[in-house]
Design a protein around this ligand. Structure first.
Ligand SMILES: [Zn+2]
Length: 279
């Protein structure tokens, strides 16, 4: 959790500041006279303000730590890549391409490489474009848009998600089979009844694998994504987008698949912060 990153609780910081206050007064040449009560309260307020800000600053998420094979690239390079790669599956999986695990070389024809270079030619040096092309042609590379640095929680979320894809790609066939069977079971469970009154009479049941509703965000994107492509299920599960019953059912009804998933998630979370789970 983000709050655990704060090195000291605000109360301890405040106590330390108050303990230091007389010493500061002495350095200024003032005799350390005790303050009358109202001034003491004002002094406390004066110190508490900066201390609170200090404590808040401690809560800012650090940038996730990238591992070898993980690269931040210009946003334009990823956009050019997504447009150049004429692959239906890829286009469906990456409607807006901010990061991806490249399980194979998608820039595998001269035509695609040409389409990739063209929009970049006016904005980047030939050497830079070659470097982008090299990274984006490397099977197993994990690439992220540099613009994600402006949104650290999103960067952590994308990094965790793509790392789980990478972990899945490294599984033995029998392990993938375990995950696939658990997914099939969870996705094919009957819908759960809900009180229509709570849903404006529009629905009377919801899918078992249902995404958590977040105010201000239209729902359904993740449900569609995992229904279309089973390999999206575990990365999104790691992102915490589904209602808690989904993970509970995996843990209880598919313990072997759960253990596999949990190892993949833990490995992927290293240095990635909370991976957007508190979103
Ligand atoms: Zn994905």
């Amino acid at each position: 959790m983000a709050s655990s990153r704060t090195s000291a609780p605000p109360a301890a910081l405040l106590a330390a500041a108050l303990a230091a206050a007389p010493a500061l007064a002495q350095e200024g040449g003032e005799p350390p006279t005790p303050l009358p009560a109202p001034d003491a309260r004002a002094a406390l307020e004066r110190i508490a303000g900066p201390m609170r800000r200090l404590a808040d600053a401690g809560r800012v998420l650090p940038a996730p730590v990238l591992e070898p094979g993980e690269h931040l690239l210009a946003d334009e390079a990823l956009e050019a890549f997504a447009r150049a790669v004429d692959d239906r599956t890829f286009a469906r999986e990456h409607a807006s391409f901010r990061g991806g695990y490249l399980r194979r070389n998608f820039l595998d024809t001269e035509q695609k490489r040409g389409r990739f270079r063209e929009p970049l030619a006016s904005a980047f040096e030939p050497g830079e474009i070659r470097r982008f092309e090299e990274l984006l042609s490397t099977p197993g590379a994990l690439v992220l848009a540099r613009g994600l640095l402006d949104n650290r929680p999103e960067l952590a979320r994308v990094l965790l998600h793509e790392r789980v894809h990478r972990e899945m790609d490294r599984l033995a066939p029998n392990e993938s089979g375990l995950l696939r069977r658990a997914y099939d079971d969870l996705m094919n469970r009957p819908e759960l009844p809900v009180d229509p009154k709570e849903h404006y009479g529009l629905i009377s049941s919801v899918p078992f694998v249902r995404e958590r509703r977040v105010p201000g965000r239209p729902g359904g994107f993740y449900e569609v994504a995992v229904a279309q492509n089973w390999s999206e299920f575990y990365p999104y599960l790691a992102n915490g987008v589904f209602e808690p019953r989904v993970l509970d059912a995996l843990r209880i009804d598919h313990p072997e698949a759960f253990r596999l998933y949990d190892v993949m998630r833990a490995r992927s979370a290293r240095g990635a912060g909370d991976g957007g789970r508190s979103e």
